[in-house]
Write a protein that binds this ligand. Sequence first.
Ligand SMILES: [Fe+2]
Ligand SMILES: [Fe+2]
Length: 155
Amino acid sequence: MTGMGTLGDALEHEHRAIDGGIEAYLEGDPGHPPVERLVEAMAGLRRHIYLEEEFLFPPMREAGMMMPIFVMLREHGALWNAMNGIDTALTDGADRDAVAALCKDLLSLLDAHNSKEEPVIYTQADAMLREEASAELEDFLKTGTMPEGWVCANA
Ligand SMILES: [Fe+2]
Ligand SMILES: [Fe+2]
């Protein structure tokens, strides 16, 4: 990448932004919780999982990182299901404390996932991705959107 650091840096930045949106919901006025921040964070997380599964993981798996990728995919499935649980709670009009409890569960899943993904996967990404794969991922990071109805491998 040119000018803005490594791919790993850009992906870590997305982790922080997603965490920040969920935390904003938890820290917001309980009487008027900022639901839109939570919804936006979940859309960001789904897109982030999409770009990892579509653009980042396949070339890394080909380069030999089978086991770490297997673990990451399994954890994406758990994150995806946790988000579906929050969507259902919001649709059903669950109260703020019930949604907040689900948000805390999602944050701990994210913490466990990201604390492995960043040192194990992202630190290798720039070294392992060939030029075209990293250009593709860089383009997606800037402007790409997740296809409507896409679901992660292990949801
Ligand atoms: Fe991930
Ligand atoms: Fe990630």
